[in-house]
Design a protein around this ligand. Structure first.
Ligand code: GLU
Length: 404
């Protein structure tokens, strides 16, 4: 008889582990067995954190900034965050309207955990980043997945939004540029969604802007609370330094929203993790207040890689891909590979089979689209140098040509 020792929280038990991490682990395991895998699975910039940011962290240690900080972050960083939201996003924000958390994920989790009750609904447009529905699920609420296919460029439309809203809806999660599709919502897209949202003041909006600076083709980034300022009281706009400044390991995310929400998130964080690392906060301050050339340079590099990847994918038999407007992901349909047989004799029944076969037979790590709520696709993170990308493209092409 079971002692019950291993009984888990019922909501956690139902949630899935993070597929992006699972794929990174599979890549690591295959590398450990001696294979030279090129990983296009991890969604993180391949650049080093800028030198002046690292120096600021070292200075912070030397200056003794090694103790607890206020739960919502040090005043100077919150001021810099407020200034960022004012100048880059045209939002009306004072430092008291901001909060710093242990990474972007933590901002989102805090907000959901602070507000959701059993039976509450959260609208999650699919394809979605793997963690949104699971976080909703983990706090006992219901993710309402709204499928947004390639015909709407993988974007939520006002009609789909209107149909998904019920009296139980508490949040809508928006993510632009999107992980996993790279789709970018234009000002017009957001304004049309805002019109629907204004009719439903009981719905909060979580705008995940973490890929803000990676928008290509000369396009301008927009966030919903600045497109429609009347939405600001019901919007949590979140961002962080991970993607813009290649600081994924530093774990600094931040957000701005109504004070009642930030107070609740602070209460939660104060009982849970306390503030983010004091040293990382000083590093983030240097990133936000320092030179901007890193952002410009990396954007240009990612745009070049995007062009290269899309061209390669669209000339590979069995794959096809829309041109993503931002982030560092390509989301390619692999529908034409389903039902085929690999050289190792594996029948490709799903996009997950395609991803696993690419890893085992082509030594390329990608993540299957169904993990993001839409198959059969594969997500390719092109956050890697161009030589490695070219090798990966060749390996993918050879694999696709060899399936029967
Ligand atoms: N956001 C990245 C990705 O989608 C990092 C991994 C994660 O947190 O899911 O790959």
């Amino acid at each position: 008889m079971s002692s019950g020792l291993e009984t888990l929280n019922v909501h956690l038990a139902k949630a899935q582990p993070s597929t992006t991490y699972q794929m990174m682990d599979r890549v690591a395991a295959r590398r450990a067995s001696g294979a030279a895998v090129i990983s296009l699975s991890a969604g993180e910039p391949d650049f080093d954190t800028p030198k002046h940011v690292c120096e600021a962290a070292i200075d912070a240690i030397r200056a003794g900034h090694t103790r607890y900080t206020p739960v919502s972050g040090i005043r100077s960083l919150r001021e810099a965050v407020a200034e960022k939201f004012r100048t880059e996003n045209n939002l009306d924000v004072q430092w008291q309207d901001t909060m710093v958390c242990n990474g972007g994920k933590h901002v989102i989790y805090n907000a959901l955990a602070a507000t959701l009750n059993e039976g509450d609904e959260v609208i999650v447009p699919a394809p979605y980043w793997v963690s949104y529905p699971e976080m909703v699920q983990m706090v006992g609420a219901r993710p309402i997945i709204v499928s947004c296919g390639s015909d709407s460029n993988f974007k939520l439309t006002p009609e789909l939004l209107r149909r998904a809203i019920t009296t139980r809806t508490r949040w809508l999660i928006l993510n632009s540029p999107s992980n996993p599709t790279g789709a970018v919502y234009t000002r017009e897209d957001l304004s049309a969604l805002a019109e629907v949202l204004l009719e439903h003041p009981h719905v909060l909006v979580l705008s995940d802007d973490i890929y803000e600076h990676l928008v290509f083709d000369g396009a301008t980034f927009h966030t919903i609370a600045s497109v429609e300022p009347r939405l600001q009281p019901q919007t949590l706009t979140m961002n962080g330094v991970s993607k813009a400044y290649a600081m994924t390991g530093w774990r600094i995310g931040f957000g701005t929203g109504p004070r009642w929400l930030l107070d609740a998130m602070e209460k939660l964080q104060g009982q849970q993790t306390s503030a983010a690392s004091s040293i990382s906060q000083h590093a983030a301050l240097a990133a936000l207040t320092g030179p901007r050339d890193f952002i410009r340079t990396t954007r240009a590099v990612f745009e070049r890689r995007r062009n290269m990847m899309v061209e390669a994918l669209n000339t590979t038999p069995g794959l096809s891909c829309q041109k993503p407007g931002g982030a560092f992901y390509a989301f390619a349909s692999c529908a034409a590979l389903i039902g085929r047989v690999t050289p190792a004799g594996i029948v490709l029944k799903s996009d997950e089979d395609v991803a696993i076969a690419l890893l085992n037979e082509a030594d390329v790590g990608v993540v299957h689209g169904s993990a993001f709520g839409l198959g059969p696709f594969i997500r390719i993170a092109y956050a890697l140098d161009e030589v490695s990308l070219a090798k990966a493209c060749d390996a993918i092409r050879n694999f696709c040509q060899s399936v029967r």
